[in-house]
Ligand binder design. Structure first.
Ligand code: HEC
Ligand code: HEC
Ligand code: HEC
Length: 439
């Protein structure tokens, strides 16, 4: 016992002296290149670039508009530029912003910055991230934009109350448990901020759970008009029928035999998860597979060949079946099984069978393109149908899909489709989509 304490004390002194030397380099380059490299990897795991880079802008120079219920918030310049970025931030200032949601000037940040998730990041990893942002990122003089929120809602002091109510305590460096399950939990809850999209939000726009204490955690949320699916063990609309290998393949290549990434997830795969090591992806997969289903005792969907036979014989002439044959079957096939890793299956698909059909409607109206990844470089695309199909026709087709090949989900009405169409970005509506929605 005494020996153990002694070792701990020595270790503490050693890490303190390591801390002293590493704060010294922050002022006097050259930086510890290994630490910078680790920080770069962690920045990818945290997908900082996705939010902190405007369309066509310089990496990390900020300015990306992010919609909140009260108006537009713009991400900050987090390059080491001293006037416009975070060049004057000490490691402590950086930590305050990243994990506590507090700016250097003391104002609270909008939780559009996922600091409630990043609160889980351990101090040793914050140090590496800081080293990277100070030494591995190019300074850009892009000025920050204010918020597009009208006064008095634009006042930041209510955010400090939000922070006190909803933000969790930040993590401390503890004894390292390197088991895959703990590592996976750390990445999912923390830097990966998977819950920022995949967990439903409450009345205060807070994530209903930040950990697996509640089955709300990762049970599905709506983001930018897409449903970020349930990632728990549910067999029909979750990952119950995915193996760990299926999850790793999806995160690495953006596709697998069940599905292909689209919407916000295509960016997550392209910017973040494809760059993670196989070891970390396996850890994430192991952790996700440990999450209990929201609803117990629901049987997985079984494939049923009846629809396939009826379509082949021409015995189903309903508008939904005809619409499917004319618009979708060329790629997704009359069997509904598609072609693996090319055209995703519509049978037994979580997107198709989810209670909330928004993703299904939106992908039909808007089309989609798989992410580009090193391990899956061919970007197959799905055409947009907003200018070819009416609300009624889309409703008939998706209702048909939701009740074919063994799928078992509720009907979709023309007014459900109209709601999604109204929210489509202006660039989609009226753009000539041709056949394949390639940019
Ligand atoms: C989901 C979007 C999103 C992601 C991902 C994200 N940020 Fe942010 N971040 C924001 C927004 C939006 C703001 C500005 C919020 C405000 O103005 O209140 C911000 C602010 C910040 C600030 C405060 C800057 C200042 O002016 O004090 C820092 C530092 C920061 N982010 C670092 C990071 C790092 C490091 C990562 C990756 C580990 C990251 N962010 C990932 C959206 C994001
Ligand atoms: C910016 C929002 C966002 C973040 C952050 C995010 N996702 Fe997603 N994710 C989505 C959306 C939207 C979908 C639905 C579209 C699709 O299936 O690709 C999705 C789908 C998925 C799917 C496919 C589910 C299915 O049944 O088809 C998996 C697996 C997944 N995400 C895992 C993760 C993991 C793990 C993380 C954290 C490392 C994460 N996601 C972070 C938005 C996000
Ligand atoms: C030209 C081939 C093509 C046609 C035609 C087509 N799709 Fe797709 N579809 C795709 C591709 C490719 C993807 C993957 C897109 C991605 O991941 O970004 C996809 C994805 C989907 C998904 C998401 C499945 C998942 O879980 O990943 C659904 C649902 C879907 N299509 C339905 C339809 C419907 C309904 C029609 C007809 C109205 C249709 N598609 C027509 C190629 C096509």
């Amino acid at each position: 016992m005494i020996k153990k304490h002694f070792i701990a004390a020595v270790a503490a002194v050693m890490s303190l002296s390591a801390f002293a030397t590493s704060t010294a380099w922050a002022q006097n380059a050259p930086a510890d290149q290994q630490l910078v490299k680790r920080g770069e990897y962690l920045a990818k795991a945290g997908d900082c670039v996705a939010c902190h880079t405007a369309k066509g802008g310089k990496d990390f120079a900020g300015g990306l508009p992010i919609a909140t219920p009260i108006g537009m918030v713009y991400s900050s310049n987090i390059t080491p530029d001293k006037d416009n970025g975070i060049g004057n931030y000490s490691e402590d200032d950086f930590d305050k912003a990243l994990r506590h949601g507090i700016r250097k000037d003391g104002a609270s940040l909008y939780p559009a910055m996922p600091y409630p998730s990043y609160a889980k990041v351990k101090p040793a990893d914050v140090k590496a991230l800081y080293a990277y942002f100070m030494n591995g990122v190019k300074a850009e003089p892009t000025p920050n934009k204010g918020v597009d929120i009208v006064w008095p809602l634009s006042m930041r002091w209510p955010l400090s109350i939000w922070r006190k109510v909803f933000a969790p305590n930040v993590a401390v460096d503890g004894a390292d448990d390197n088991s895959a399950l703990i590592r996976g939990q750390y990445l999912v809850e923390g830097l990966g901020h998977c819950g920022a999209c995949h967990t439903p939000r409450g009345v205060g726009m807070q994530e209903k759970a930040l950990t697996d204490d509640s089955t709300q955690f990762l049970s599905g949320g709506v983001i930018d008009g897409f449903l970020a699916n349930n990632l728990r063990g549910d067999a029909r609309d979750g990952l119950g029928s995915w193996s760990e290998g299926d999850i790793v393949a999806f995160l690495k290549t953006g596709r697998n035999s069940h599905s292909a990434a689209f919407g916000g997830m295509a960016d997550v795969v392209a910017n973040s998860t494809q760059h993670m090591t196989d070891e970390d992806l396996s850890a994430i997969a192991k952790y996700l597979k440990s999450l209990k289903p929201v609803k117990d005792g629901v049987a997985p969907l079984a494939y049923d060949d009846k629809t396939h036979q009826a379509l082949r014989k021409g015995s189903d002439q309903s508008p939904g079946a005809m619409g499917f044959l004319n618009n979708c079957a060329a790629c997704h096939r009359s069997s509904g099984k598609g072609w693996t890793e090319t055209f995703p299956q519509l049978s037994q698909s979580a997107t198709v069978n989810a209670d909330n059909p928004v993703s299904l409607i939106k992908i039909v109206l808007e089309g989609a393109e798989m992410p580009w990844t090193q391990k899956g470089p061919t970007q197959f695309a799905m055409p947009a149908f907003h200018d070819r199909l009416t609300d009624q026709e889309v409703a008939e087709i998706v209702t048909f899909i939701r009740s074919s090949w063994g799928n078992n989900a509720g009907a979709v009405s023309a007014s459900d489709v109209a709601k999604v169409r109204k929210e489509l970005p202006k660039k989609t509506v009226g753009a000539d989509s041709g056949t394949v929605a390639k940019k």
